[in-house]
Design a protein around this ligand. Sequence first.
Ligand code: AMP
Length: 631
Amino acid sequence: MTRFAEFHDKSLTQRDAFWAEQAQLIDWHTPPQQICDYSNPPFARWFAGGTTNLCHNAVDRHLAARGDQAALIAISTETDTERTYTFHELHAEVQRMAASLKALGVGKGDRVLIYMPMIAEAAFAMLACTRIGALHSVVFGGFASGSLASRIDDATPKVIVSADAGSRGGKGVPYKPLLDEAISLAQHKPSAVLLADRGLVAMNLVAGRDHLWADMRQKHLNDQMPCEWVDATHPSYTLYTSGTTGKPKGVQRDTGGYAVALAASMKHIFMGQPGETYFSTSDIGWVVGHSYIIYGPLIAGMATIMYEGLPTRPDAGIWWSLVEKYKVTVMFSAPTAVRVLKKQDPALLKKYDVSSLRALFLAGEPLDEPTARWISDSLGVPIIDNYWQTESGWPILTIANGIEKKDSKFGSPGIPMYGYNVKLVHESTGEELTGADEKGVVVIEGPTPPGFMQTVWQDDERFVKTYWQSVPGKMVYSTFDWGIRDKDGYFYILGRTDDVINVAGHRLGTREIEESISSHPNVAEVAVVGVADNLKGQVAMAFAVVKDTSGLTDDAARAKLEGEIMKVVDGQLGAVARPARVLFVTALPKTRSGKVLRRAIQAVSEGRDPGDLSTMDDPTPLTQIKGFFSA
Ligand code: AMP
């Protein structure tokens, strides 16, 4: 057996001994009594009996050895600001934020919703929550009031932390009016809103409810706010993600298992050393931002860069200039970002000294071989694809160079990581597929490793039903991804088995977009599918049946309605969910029992053969859709 194979094998066959060793990588207030309690599958309780704190592991425990070292580097090319916080300074800011939240009534187990741009205060807020045992629920700043309202109702936060605005391309993007609208749409009302005022957009403050961070900070300038020691199984946060149904799921994460999983991944996979700088270009609204902008690098004693801005502004060399300036050793981004940079002047990459960089990790969507090759040749460092999900919290498939150096195979995210018992099964029989290059659903056998989601927030039944009962005859966790495994054990991910699409690494539920489009008064019916796109991987394409077609006589009228529908989506869900096109059709292709044939629509939209259409009721609608793409 190779070293990694042995390591992986031990993680499954001597599970408790393996994870007991990894648990040494973090600080415990009380050591765990039991490593893995799997007495109630599929609920895995990791490190039960132990008490710890995420914020302590990310901040406080570094104070003695590296208090004056950089911890958080907040860079905005939008507002032209750059500010480094040492561990001491971060500690002080987090205590001020924690004291402010406490003063606003937040206690252990309460939820705090964070709707913020990529500014340092967002990191303070996240760390302040876990410091006092409150759960944060970060909502991506690109989501609009409808999405925000449904998350407010599900998380029922006591306090919401937000800001006047984000900024994109140098222009302020107001957050506060969207937040006010979301709160008025939601049933649940937070008792307070804490606002960072960046001076970008004027704010109307609601008396008695809205508080300015600058004032609260001043009030609690010298407050000490010790870490609340919580059980390893105490939830640290919820993060909403899309699935098949319209309602987003609150992925709930624990504390001890997550801290151990991140510490272990920083050592074995990312190989970041204390004192070095980590740069993840993601956003705190996504899971990568939680694990590898905030918690992972800080737990490892690294400085972490939080970047607000575009990869191409002031020019496409900006990220490499930051690598040079801050001597970044580990970088994490998404294939779409690399494809954007690939279209720019290659000289911009050569302009900077990126010799500090040891590896570039890419995740969130399939990494195509030409993109991987281009960036690998340009940077001259290993490009490490890694496959995971909001649900898993850390990579499921990749390579772990910290255990054994392996080459990546371009096109494959890699092999199953330690702790993950990954299998491929037949979609309808559930039978395990063990042969090379057989296509099946990627599943994970329980118990899932530390760091993996605990449950769906306040809905254990949905957790079990959605994730663990979708494969016939077997209780295994479904990733809802198709995959194959080659003869060397490397996996290849072939897209989702459900109605989730992946636009520029952003995970979107097509049903949510359909619901939003259907709310336009002139839309009778709509189907949204993901269509392959050279830059974004996929884009959402909508096919709508209109109630009153009398006005739709020419291109201008159609374009007007298309624009109106896009505005509806922008307003309810946010521009991230806006379809690339809304095409008008007379009917949707359906089976005789009335089910919309989404896979057939997707196939013809991508110029592929739609496959078996024997259950189709009427071929005319599919022919009409084909017509849009054959021109
Ligand atoms: P999210 O929960 O937003 O991180 O999205 C997870 C989904 O993104 C997975 O289920 C995959 O469909 C896709 N995904 C993430 N990483 C990769 C990767 N490295 N290669 C292919 N697909 C990926």
